[in-house]
Design a protein around this ligand. Structure first.
Ligand code: ADP
Length: 153
């Protein structure tokens, strides 16, 4: 059985923090599925197609990475594709508080689904898609926070 981890998120847009997390997880798994969670109630800055295109471009040469999207519960998506692990990043204490509850729920809903947490590297712990969106909306240069494959503006 291949060891598959799902890295779920909005990736609106994908940042260098996300990319670092995936790269660090690659030695641990046979496959990392970067999966965009689609929530029709949630307004995003970038379309699903645009977000998927960027993620695909970033990992185009990484054979162990696949890119996809899902609707509904993350745990159900993991069951559907045979993934026994979730990958999440922890930047600070508020990430921890939020992620702890979600991972405990996912272990129940996902029938033993394990969440693997990687602590953000110090160089990336201040980076979030929310901050990047604010910089872009304000007309600033977000390129220090974005993978080189993403060009905005
Ligand atoms: P969500 O909408 O689920 O919060 P995000 O796209 O914002 O999705 O984040 C997906 C995952 O990436 C989360 O586990 C988050 O903690 C992690 N992450 C985001 N930015 C960073 C970063 N700079 N360093 C490490 N992990 C990060």
């Amino acid at each position: 059985m291949p060891k598959i981890a799902v890295f779920p998120g909005s990736f609106d847009p994908i940042t260098v923090g996300h990319v670092d997390l995936v790269n660090r997880a690659l030695p641990l798994f046979d496959k990392v599925m970067v999966a965009v969670g689609v929530n029709s109630q949630k307004q995003t800055l970038y379309s699903l197609d645009q977000r998927l295109e960027w993620i695909n471009a970033v990992f185009a040469h990484e054979k162990k990475v696949e890119v996809s999207f899902f609707e509904g519960l993350t745990a159900h998506y993991c069951t559907k594709i045979g993934a026994k692990y979730l990958l999440r990043g922890l930047r600070n204490a508020s990430d921890f508080d939020y992620e702890k509850t979600i991972s405990q729920l996912n272990a129940i809903v996902g029938d033993g689904l394990e969440t693997m947490f990687l602590i953000s590297q110090p160089a990336y712990s201040h980076i979030s898609s929310t901050i990047v969106r604010e910089i872009i909306k304000g007309g600033g240069d977000a390129s220090p926070f974005l993978p080189p494959q993403i060009r905005i503006g």
